[in-house]
Design a protein around this ligand. Structure first.
Ligand SMILES: *Cc1c(COP(=O)(O)O)cnc(C)c1O
Length: 216
């Protein structure tokens, strides 16, 4: 199956409420252009330098999402164009994004990453830490960022029940926070192996790489 076929298969099944981030990390710009020429406009990368190089080369109406763990000292390289940062997991990082966004007179949309998987390796904040950030007076002073939602990664397991329960947990946290924080509208959950479960559990944004571009 070609990139165009894969993309079409996914987008035709996608509910209107769910947007698709095509995760193009490690893939060449020719592959990105194939998806672009078939209508895809949102692309996700997990390394800042790689995303900057691709941004420079590719059409400027692409929306670039940073989905990887952030190195604070590199935020400045993407601050002039990044559309959404998914993996924010500390107040320090938010402050750096705010500082760099201000230099470009922009407001950068961010998602807070929540730790939902059992594995030790997954990054992310505990639910209580998210509340602490959102009610902090120092957070309210960050005028060049907006927290528009949450992001999470389920455990890497073939146990669908566990994956579903982790997504359920994230959805519950999201809905609870939403009652007090009206800017929260995006719930980024679901990848190639589990996006159908994620959508059933209330995802509004899926991040799909290998199911579109082939294995890495
Ligand atoms: C690589 C990656 C994806 C996409 O993974 P696939 O299994 O290839 O769909 C999604 N989210 C994050 C955070 C990633 O790093």
């Amino acid at each position: 199956m070609s990139i165009a076929d894969n993309l079409q298969k996914i987008t035709t099944q996608l509910p209107d409420s769910v947007s698709l981030v095509a995760v193009s990390k490690t893939k060449p710009t020719t592959s990105i252009l194939e998806a672009y020429n078939n209508g895809q406009r949102i692309f996700g990368e997990n390394r800042i330098q790689e995303m900057v190089d691709k941004y420079d080369e590719l059409p400027k109406d692409i929306k670039w999402h940073m989905i990887g763990h952030l190195q604070r000292n590199k935020v400045k390289y993407m601050a002039h164009f990044v559309d959404l940062i998914h993996g924010v997991d500390s107040f320090k990082t938010l402050r750096e994004i705010n500082k760099q966004a201000k230099k470009h007179d922009r407001i950068i949309n961010c998602l807070l990453q929540v730790k939902i998987a059992e594995e030790e390796t997954k990054f992310g904040l505990e639910p209580s830490e998210i509340k602490d950030i959102l009610i902090d007076d120092n957070f309210k002073e960050l005028e060049n960022i907006t927290i528009v939602g949450l992001m999470g990664m389920a455990s890497f397991t073939s146990d669908d029940k566990q994956v579903r329960s982790e997504f359920k947990t994230l959805k519950t946290i999201f809905e609870e926070l939403r009652t007090q924080h009206y800017t929260l509208e995006t719930l980024s959950m679901g990848m190639s192996g589990d996006y159908n479960i994620a959508i059933e559990e209330g995802s509004t944004m899926i991040r799909v790489g290998s199911a579109i571009f082939g294995s890495r």
